[in-house]
Design a protein around this ligand. Structure first.
Ligand SMILES: *[C@@H]1O[C@H](CO)[C@@H](O)[C@H](O)[C@H]1NC(C)=O
Ligand SMILES: *[C@@H]1O[C@H](CO)[C@@H](O)[C@H](O)[C@H]1NC(C)=O
Length: 188
């Protein structure tokens, strides 16, 4: 199992050259600056851009389809309402041999959460495995705790079971995979 993860994390030996984090053969994740970089978009053959923000302004390139998901990065934002819409969109771009770039401002919370929803719905990955996968491609991902709660609900809706649980901590409800981290933070 370690070998499995190790292979994924060594897959991108030059992440700084590519700029966009490659998640699957047809899905990329990035921050807002990279999403407006024409060279990066063309180098990765992006045909669809999904803008999950209220603050990043897109540059429009005529050959690229744009979709806007206006959600702020707060734990009370409802991202759940967009899980199916965005996953279906990424899937249909894939069926047309296109490539999607999902981005928000930092490429850490909102766009990463939508990526996890897509992998669960169309790659039948558990939430736990989807998270391990995306983190190996883009180590800085960290959906906020409210998005985690919504992802846990979505996993249950899709599979009738959960691989990640929300647990109480001094910082409020956190996904169990962050539990150790919270314990260490509190200790300091
Ligand atoms: C955005 O992503 C690009 C490409 O990976 C990176 O070079 C840049 O430093 C990032 N900007 C911020 C503000 O994180
Ligand atoms: C991306 O988001 C910004 C801020 O809401 C908006 O100005 C821009 O039009 C959006 N792009 C698309 C394609 O909707």
């Amino acid at each position: 199992h370690f070998m499995f993860l190790y292979n994924f994390s060594s897959k991108q030996e030059h992440p700084s050259i590519y700029g966009l984090s490659r998640i699957t053969s047809s899905l990329y994740l990035s921050n807002g600056t990279a999403a407006n970089n024409k060279l990066l978009l063309f180098a990765s053959q992006i045909t669809a851009v999904i803008n999950v923000s209220v603050e990043v302004v897109n540059t429009f390139y005529p050959d690229i389809h744009y979709m806007h998901i206006p959600v702020t990065d707060t734990p009370i934002s409802r991202l759940y309402d967009y899980f199916d819409l965005v996953a279906d969109r990424i899937h249909s771009v894939d069926l047309q041999q296109g490539r999607t770039l999902l981005h928000c401002a930092a490429g850490v919370s909102r766009s990463a959460a939508l990526c996890l929803a897509y992998l669960m719905k169309y790659h039948a990955m558990s939430l736990l495995n989807a998270h391990a996968w995306v983190k190996s491609c883009r180590p800085i991902i960290r959906p906020n705790n409210g998005f985690w709660r919504q992802l846990v609900q979505y996993e249950y809706k899709l599979f009738g079971t959960n691989t990640v649980r929300m647990v109480s901590s001094p910082l409020g409800l956190v996904p169990d995979l962050y539990e150790n981290e919270v314990r260490i933070m509190i200790a300091f």
